[in-house]
Design a protein around this ligand. Structure first.
Ligand SMILES: CSC[C@@H](O)[C@@H](O)C(=O)COP(=O)(O)O
Ligand SMILES: [Zn+2]
Length: 240
């Protein structure tokens, strides 16, 4: 079957259809400075179908017709991915194996990758301040209540809970981040995100809404944490 036979997979009048949502979200994220200069991206899983943006394109200009589709359960080899729908000329996002890790290891419904400068700055501060610390930690900030308690757990974190986001080291090729991302997920089973040193962040959630709001809350906290650092205010406090 020719790939073009499956164009119907990305054609829908429903604005909530993944092929319509990915371009809309990427355009919004571009305005936040999260996916500028082709970096970053978003992928959505609907049951067994995974929708992906193309690689190396202006993410804010992606159209539904540019979207790749694959079946999660049919993937046997990372090197030879089988696509159900593949637009001509374009290549799938280099972030594909990392998005797939969020879908398979955490049953996520959406995964967002940003090159947010706040996320990058946090990894730089951690690198300089505490060379061996591979985790960003913050507590006693209201926005922490915006995060799911953890994988397979009910409810959200509380105000006094400590939010912990692991940091992995960057690699020259995006796909080579996959092993360390998966290891960080095992070490921090409740995390909804992994920071990538000098690069950005991967954030996931059960739904598109949860991935988006957690990504927004993280960006808010990273910006706040950078400002707190400038004022010599600690990210962890003992308020009870
Ligand atoms: C500015 S290039 C950035 C890429 O190498 C990568 O880090 C990235 O986030 C986007 O990869 P892409 O393959 O375009 O989806
Ligand atoms: Zn990237």
């Amino acid at each position: 079957m020719a790939d073009s036979d499956n164009d119907y997979l990305v054609q829908s009048p429903d604005p909530q259809h993944p092929a319509n949502l990915i371009p809309e979200l990427c355009a919004k994220f571009w305005h936040l400075g999260w996916v500028t200069g082709t970096g970053g991206g978003t992928s959505i899983r609907d049951d067994d179908l995974v929708y992906l943006a193309p690689s190396g394109v202006s993410k804010e200009l992606v159209k539904p017709a540019d979207i790749f589709v694959l079946e999660l359960s049919k993937q046997v080899n990372q090197k030879e991915r089988i696509y159900l729908r593949k637009p001509p000329v374009l290549k799938p996002s280099q972030c594909t194996p990392l998005f797939i890790a969020a879908f398979t290891k955490r049953n996520a419904g959406c995964c967002i990758h940003t090159h947010s400068q706040w996320a990058v700055l946090i990894t730089l501060l951690l690198e300089r301040q505490r060379a061996n610390t591979k985790v960003f930690e913050i507590n006693n900030i209201e926005q922490i209540k915006g995060f799911a308690r953890g994988f397979g757990k009910e409810g959200n974190l509380g105000y006094h809970d400590t939010l912990r986001i692991p940091v992995i080291e960057n690699t020259p090729f995006e796909e080579d981040l996959t092993d360390s991302l998966e290891k960080a997920m095992e070490e921090f089973p409740d995390t909804c995100a992994v920071l990538v040193r000098r690069h950005g962040i991967y954030v996931w959630g059960d739904t598109v809404h949860k991935a988006k709001t957690q990504c927004e809350s993280l960006d808010y906290l990273f910006q706040l944490a950078v400002e707190m650092h400038k004022l010599s205010l600690p990210w962890l406090s003992n308020i009870i």
